[in-house]
Design a protein around this ligand. Structure first.
Ligand SMILES: N[C@@H](CCC(=O)N[C@@H](CS)C(=O)NCC(=O)O)C(=O)O
Length: 285
């Protein structure tokens, strides 16, 4: 593993590391924020999954999460959103498929299956690497935005008991039935739509394997709200299956990181409570 960049931030360190991913069969970069408390012992981790067109840097530079993470004593790891450095046919042609758009699934279709296994990367390979190299505890939470909100919800619902809490900003909750998801799943998973349901939040809630409460924030001025996001479908399936959901709609907020930055503290406090962190009493060093 190679250190790419490191900055002091609120008494902790914001870093980028490059490593070889066996799962994705390429080199990858991820970002990690270690709060000052990590110098004294293991801290819990929040996994942040970003959306289409992002890499590990969008959240780090735009969400403004470090100040409160430092006070709470929480590490934040931001993986990239797809394999990198590969050159598969059509991989770099559109913003919503291929590079920057891995959709946190394990592809089964050629040629994607040999690299596009972002689910295994996020749930298994990267956590093992992070635990090996950094002072993090076993406690973890997961959150994300848009495609990453879909990723966070799917990772949590597929692994009951694994994450202490899960939250999402403007998640794609029903990728099996919206244009972004249909395009991605056709490419990565093939034409058989029944295989898509294993990667669809609404379908996973209906399946009922997990009872984990979901926290979802959605801006009402989001230009993808009606075409791609469909929070009302999540609301309906959760009501039908008595799955705990806190869906909060916010007037005037759009799909951007201005929305995320406005509400990130609330999500960090939510996760801190579930991760057993004491609160904000601990000041940065
Ligand atoms: N490329 C499309 C959509 C891209 C987009 O909105 N991406 C979101 C996630 S789905 C994002 O976080 N973009 C990067 C950023 O705002 O820093 C557009 O520009 O309309």
């Amino acid at each position: 593993m190679e250190l790419v960049a490191r900055q002091r931030s609120f008494g902790g360190w914001q870093s980028r590391y490059k490593h070889r991913s066996e799962v994705l069969n390429c080199d990858m970069i991820f970002a990690i924020y270690l709060p000052p408390q990590a110098e004294k012992g293991p801290v819990p981790v929040l996994w942040w999954l970003s959306g289409l067109t992002c890499n590990d840097e969008n959240f780090v530079t735009k969400a403004g999460a470090q100040r409160l993470a430092a006070r709470l004593g929480m590490a934040i790891v931001c993986p990239d959103t797809s394999p990198r450095g590969t050159d598969l046919p059509g991989e770099h042609e559109s913003y919503d498929f291929g590079s920057g758009a891995g959709f946190y699934v394990n592809a089964t279709e050629a040629p994607w299956a040999s690299h596009y296994r972002m689910y295994d990367y996020v749930v298994s390979e990267l956590p093992a690497l992070v635990r090996e190299h950094f002072p993090v505890s076993e406690r973890e939470a997961i959150s994300g935005h848009s495609m990453g909100g879909h990723g966070a919800l799917v990772c949590a619902l597929k692994n009951p008991g694994r994450y202490d809490s899960v939250s999402a900003f403007a998640p794609i909750v029903n990728p099996a039935d919206c244009d972004w998801g249909i395009k991605a799943f056709t490419g990565y998973l093939g034409e058989d739509r029944s295989a898509w349901l294993a990667w669809d939040t609404c379908a996973l809630v209906a399946e009922g394997k997990s009872r984990q409460p979901l926290l979802v924030d959605q801006g009402l001025a989001d230009n993808f709200l009606d075409s791609q996001l469909h929070p009302e479908r999540l609301e309906k399936v959760c009501a039908e299956h008595d799955h705990p959901l806190q869906l909060r709609r916010h007037e005037h907020y759009d799909h951007s990181y201005f929305f995320i930055a406005s509400l990130i503290d609330d999500h960090l406090r939510y996760h801190a409570r579930h991760l057993g962190l004491a609160g904000e009493a601990q000041q940065p060093a």
